[in-house]
Design a protein around this ligand. Structure first.
Ligand SMILES: Nc1nc2c(ncn2[C@@H]2O[C@H](COP(=O)(O)OP(=O)(O)OP(=O)(O)O)[C@@H](O)[C@H]2O)c(=O)[nH]1
Ligand SMILES: [Mg+2]
Length: 581
């Protein structure tokens, strides 16, 4: 075998094997699979298709290598394979060609047994008419053939028989062919399944000549008296070639149909109608016209010409075309209607998975963006419900109640949001319950004002010198109680200094009194709401972060790896293909 081919095969093998190795070890975390049903299912099918395809590629590649044995057995022969539908007349045509080759040319028949062992046979097994009538299932089941000069003619089992494996066997051999003869019966040429078989051949870059077989008919003939000629008491039937007109029509029809499925003219050899039976009868009865018009002599010439003129070129191209076909059809799927285990389809699956994840991620991001407004709305609504009821006598209990209600509602909201997207997310809301309500309590607020004795009964309105912004200060600086009275501040700071700073020197008839100026409800509630929102926002973010870290990030990581492997492989293959041509 030539060195270049050997090297290319090795290289391709390396790419395919390495990729397969890397793909087979991909594992998907069970929790990733079950969080989101849709994504989980897509993830599974994508990984399956990745694994199955790369396994299949290895298998197909090994098949190519295996079939090389067949080719190397026939190293010095131009391999013509006749391939087509069951009962198309393959074996009959082969036998006729072999048996009627010029006497000077040596013919040897052979067949391959299941183990691939070669055996000598007398002729190609054909199924004769009687047998065919009584046993529809019967058909050629082995790869058989003959060698004639530098040509090896390989006869394959027909496609579309009840025994499917036979057709499969034939297909496996196709890649070994340097040239294909495709027979289609003149009874009804190019049926739908035959069109797709031909499409398959062209996809594999095979050179094909199409024979419209059995282009013959039976006719009744009249004698000189104008009476039908009889034989054994019945009107005799004579086999004859179909009229030239009919044959040209069929040939044109086939030509047109082929033009629809094959744009590469160089792949199409001839399209020729013929009859092995009239050829045979023509020879036996020395009816030269019957023989000539059977078109078999013409067919023989055509084949001889191909073998003589194109054999060595075609033969040297075949293995490269085989590799190219493997890449295009089996791996990349760049042809129409690619098979499902190809890069093209895998990419579609990954893209689909990607867009599904992105959609979910978008939904999730919106949830995250809305955390603050959702929580604020909830807190505001619940606090508003209690606003009237709450006062200094019940504030401790009511804050506790509000606190619980908020925690419960937010729990429900988050749970619902998550469950919309994640079936089985294991999250914990333990830290969602807040324990901040205890810090909140409404109290009266007092103002220290200076009272002058004479004014004592005039009312306090005019005497208020302005309250300091003391209320809430204790809370803001992190004190345990929100309730701060000016009195407390006096106690802490010392009355003298305080009074000195605040009111200046008191005269003899002046003293300071504490006056109740209402309560701190407004402020306490405001602070309560702020802390609720802050606390719940923080907790919710933590839950969402947990989802991000345990689902989206690992998911994207897995997909990134799959893509990386696939793209790297694709890149190698593309480069390889470029250097192949
Ligand atoms: N009329 C007519 N019948 C033919 C001709 N060639 C073959 N047949 C008949 O077609 C039937 C099938 O012939 P085969 O040569 O066994 O066909 P095949 O394609 O090898 O069949 P499988 O190997 O079973 O797929 C037989 O009954 C043949 O006698 C022909 O030129 N004219
Ligand atoms: Mg046969």
């Amino acid at each position: 075998m030539n060195n270049d081919l050997q090297n290319k095969r090795e290289l391709l093998k390396k790419y395919v094997y390495e990729y397969n190795k890397n793909i087979q070890i991909i594992e998907i975390d069970k929790t990733l699979q079950k969080q989101n049903k849709e994504i989980g299912a897509l993830l599974n099918t994508t990984v399956d298709i990745l694994k199955n395809s790369s396994k299949k590629w290895v298998e197909n590649f090994n098949n190519i290598l295996e079939k090389e044995k067949f080719r190397s057995d026939l190293e010095n022969y131009f391999i013509i394979i006749i391939f087509g539908k069951v009962k198309a007349g393959k074996s009959s045509l082969g036998n006729f060609i072999a048996k009627n080759s010029p006497k000077s040319e040596k013919v040897s028949f052979f067949k391959y047994d299941e183990a691939g062992q070669e055996h000598t046979i007398q002729k190609l097994e054909e199924i004769d008419d009687d047998f065919f009538d009584t046993n529809n299932l019967e058909c050629t089941v082995e790869i058989q053939g003959f060698k004639l000069n530098s040509m090896a003619w390989i006869d394959t089992p027909g496609l579309g028989s009840m025994v499917e494996e036979n057709g499969e066997l034939a297909k496996e051999y196709i890649q070994s062919a340097d040239y294909i003869i495709y027979p289609t019966s003149s009874d009804s040429p190019l049926q739908a399944d035959e069109i797709s078989q031909l499409q398959e051949l062209f996809k594999q870059n095979k050179k094909v000549t199409i024979c419209i077989t059995k282009s013959d008919k039976f006719e009744r003939r009249k004698d000189t008296n104008g009476k039908y000629i009889k034989q054994d008491g019945k009107i005799a039937k004579f086999l004859t070639n179909k009229s030239l007109d009919d044959r040209i029509k069929q040939e044109n029809y086939v030509k047109e149909e082929i033009a629809k499925i094959n744009t590469n003219q160089s792949l199409l050899g001839d399209i020729l109608s013929m009859s092995a039976h009239t050829a045979k009868q023509g020879l036996e009865n020395r009816n030269e016209e019957l023989f000539e018009n059977s078109n078999i002599p013409k067919f023989y010439e055509l084949i001889a010409k191909v073998v003589k003129e194109k054999a060595s070129k075609l033969k040297s191209e075949t293995p490269y075309n085989g590799l190219k076909s493997f890449i295009d059809n089996d791996v990349l799927g760049v042809t129409d209607k690619p098979n499902p285990l190809t890069v093209k389809i895998i990419r579609e699956k990954i893209d689909n998975l990607d867009s599904n994840i992105n959609e979910t991620l978008d939904r999730f991001n919106t949830l995250t963006e809305n955390i603050k407004s959702d929580i604020s709305r909830e807190v505001e609504a619940i606090v508003a419900d209690y606003y009237i009821k709450i006062d200094k006598n019940n504030s401790k209990e009511i804050f506790k109640k509000i606190d619980e209600e908020i925690a419960e509602n937010i729990f429900k909201i988050i749970e619902k949001n998550i469950k919309d997207t994640f079936e089985n997310f294991s999250y914990s809301f333990d830290n969602l319950a807040s324990s901040i309500s205890g810090e909140f309590k409404i109290d009266d607020t007092y103002e220290d004002i200076v009272i002058t004795t004479e004014e004592r009964n005039k009312g306090i309105g005019s005497a208020i010198l302005g309250a300091g912004a003391m209320i809430g200060a204790g809370f803001l600086t992190g004190g345990a109680s929100l309730v701060v009275s000016v009195g407390a501040a006096i106690a802490a700071g010392g009355a003298g200094a305080y009074l000195g700073g605040k009111f200046g020197e008191l005269t003899g008839n002046q003293h300071i009194e504490k006056i109740n100026i209402g309560d701190n409800k407004e402020d306490v509630i405001q602070k309560f709401k702020e802390m609720q929102i802050e606390n719940h926002e923080k907790n919710t973010r933590e839950v969402y972060n947990q989802i991000q870290n345990t689902f989206f990030i690992p998911l994207q990581e897995v997909i990134k790896n799959m893509k990386l492997e696939l793209y790297r492989f694709e890149e190698n293959i593309a480069k390889f293909k470029k250097e192949l041509v």
